[in-house]
Every structure is written in C-alpha cells, then in structure tokens.
Design a binder for this molecule. Sequence first.
Ligand code: PMP
Length: 437
Amino acid sequence: RWQPTDKDEVARIRRDHFGGNLKLTYDDPVMLLRGWRHHMFDEWGRPYLDAYNNVPHVGHAHPRIQAVVADQLARMNSNTRYLHPAQAAFAEKLLSKLPPELSVCWFVNSGSEANELALRLARAASGGRGMVTLDHGYHGNTTGAMDLSAYKFNAKGGAGQSDWVELVDIPDDYRGAFRRGSENPGAAYAAQVDDALARMATKGHRLAGFIAETFPSVGGQILPPEGYLKDVYQRIRAAGGVCIADEVQTGLGRLGEHYFAFEAQGVLPDIVVLGKPIGNGHPLGVVVTTPEIAKAFAKGPEFFSTFGGSTLSCRVGKTVLDIVDDEGLMENAAMMGTRLMSGLQGLAEQYPLIGDVRGMGLFVGVEMVTDRESRSPATQQTAYILNRMRASRILIGCEGPDNNILKVRPPLCVDAEGIDLLLHQLGAILSETGSQP
Ligand code: PMP
C-alpha cells in the first residue's frame, strides 16, 4: 500500500539532529517533495503556489536544466584549472548582460562566498579595511559576510558590530526618518555616509568600500528613493572606497524593467555579486568586477575554488540565463508584476491593515500596519496571514525589522492564474482579520 513519507518522523529526526538555530517556516511546516514551474507538491501530492522562492528563477524542475545536468554529468565534471568551453560561454553570456566596464568574473558556490570574495576584492583595490553598509542588511553566513550583516550581528545572541563596520539607515521612505513626499529623501539618507566615514576615521580605519543590496530585501522589500545610490557611491568613491552591489535577490530580470537593480538607480557598481537564482537550485555564486580591481586582487595569492565554476555549474548558469531570454521571463516579470501590484493596491484601498504596497516586477512588499497614522507594525497579523496563506497552499514570506512586510517573490514563470489566485486568497484572509474599511 502506498504511504506518504512520514512528515512527523522527518521533523523528529531534524529536531534531534539538526542545529537548533535553523528555523522552519510556518507554524505547521510544509514538506515539499516535487516542483513544477511555480508550483510545489507535498507528500500527499497537493499543489502549492510558490510565490516566494527566487532560487527556482526559471521554474522548478525545468526540463532544460534537467537535460543539461544529466548530459554534463554523463560526460565529466571538473574544475577551473582545465580549459573548457562551458566556462568561457557562461562568462561571455553573463558579461553580455552587464556594462562593459564590468568584465572580469569569478565563480563560487554561494552568495555568502561571493560576498566574502567581494570584500577581499574591495580591500585589495582600496588598501583599506573599513566597510559601510546598511542597517538590517544580510550578505551571508561566512565570517566576513556575517560581519557585514547587521540583521545577524545585531540579533539576540549575535556577535555585535565589528569596529571596521559602520552602519547607515536602510533608505526606507515609508517608515524611516526621511519619507516619501519630503524634500529629496534619497540625498538625506545618502548624507549619513559622511557621518559613518567620520566615525570610521576616529576608530583608525581606512575605507575599503560600501556594500548593500541594491533594493534591500531582508530589510523589508525597500526600493530606495531616487538618486540614493548615486549619491552614496559618489561619497564612497571620493573617500577612496569601492562600491559593491549585492544583486543576489534582485538580479537576472526579476525587476521586469531592468536586468539588474543598479540600473534602476542609475549607477555603475565596481563589484556585482550574484547568487541564488543564477543556478536555479544548483549551488552557484558569481562576482563580477572591473579589470583594475581584478588586477589589484591578482597581486595577492591565487584564488581557487574546487567546486566554484565547475563544468557542471557553468553549464547550469549559462542555461538559466538562456532560459530567461528564450522564454521572455523578464518581460513576464514586468507583466505579472504590474498585475500583482495593481491587485495589491486594490486590496490596500479596501483594507487599512495594508499600510504600503511597493515593488518592481516580481520583487514586491506589502507592509502591514495596525494604524495608518502611526504606522505601527502589524507583526502578529502578518504572521497570521502568512500561516493562513500556507493553509490555503500559497507560499509567501515575511521580512523587515518588525516582521510586518509580506514578501512576494515568485519564480519568473508565474502566470496570471497564479497572481489572481494569490490576490483572491489574500483578500479573503484580510476580510477574516476584521480589518474592514
Ligand atoms: N546576499 C543576499 C542579499 C541574500 O539574500 C543571501 C541569502 N539569503 C546571501 C547573500 C547569501 O547567499 P547564500 O545563502 O547562497 O550563501
């Protein structure tokens, strides 16, 4: 007799043998055994709409990725110390999406590793050690990346802020100090960099650079005000620093209008960091920089990663980028993003629990507040909605310092039916919360 895999037993083994600080999502966790496009299926074969995961960028179980992985594993898989056309082809394809100034790349295995390497590049190029970054940011789980992640080092039990790190506010123009409608909030936030640089100097550190998610996701699905990064980059460069754009969540067409978020801010970073979606589930991270920075780094010891840039990884990475082009997924992100945003704005008109709807393409945040005047975070209600959506078999996330921002970030192949289902169900749940006009 067919029996579903025992979810309770899996949970027990995990409880007994996995680290206690590895969290599961949802009050009633899901066990997902299969995926197809923007759907996942649990141990009973029940479908879930995946409106959260950005790793399956071109969709779960994509046939072209399956085929390329099977084909390459049947041939061979090796490292970057031998010549292989797949590695050259991936580099060329990726660089064709970037401005010509960014022309040198390194392949690693994760976003954390990529940020770790970016930090080393910035230090090699600048001769400094100090970094400026955003409050509540996240850049990875390795030692250096953790030092750059206020979301972790400032968390309960976290390691605290290193003396070479200086924080500036997330440029949040809904909740922060400088709001939409005020005079030039972007410039007001950017000016905080000068104070950060002054504090760094008093601690005796020279500047290496600035790192931020171009659109801070972990900080609450924030779209910085116009001109923000341009102003920040100017100040950092004037002080001899290097500007790093963490595009792990925002890159590769998700924003619909732009292939990378830095284009939306009208800036050219010195280093771009990519991860998660670029392997569609296969571990892959990439760092791209200028020849000048690459040259400074090459004065040091050789950089080598056993698995980073393996033949297999490069074939997967190239195929992901090809699929985004061939299936018009950036255009789809623009269309579906517009449909999603207008639906959410409609819900905001009906339900005062929604304080703000913001986003670009399929990078969307819905900020929940108990009171629109005071903007007090509706943390409990957000958790309720997240879990009720899960019970309706729709996967979304929640972000921000107060965990009150619903995060919608589906695979780029999501269709109108998926968007409409999400909007319909979210509306139904909002009507349950008693949040009536
Ligand atoms: N940067 C950002 C913006 C991320 O969201 C993440 C992962 N959540 C990372 C870096 C780290 O990537 P990884 O987990 O692949 O090491």
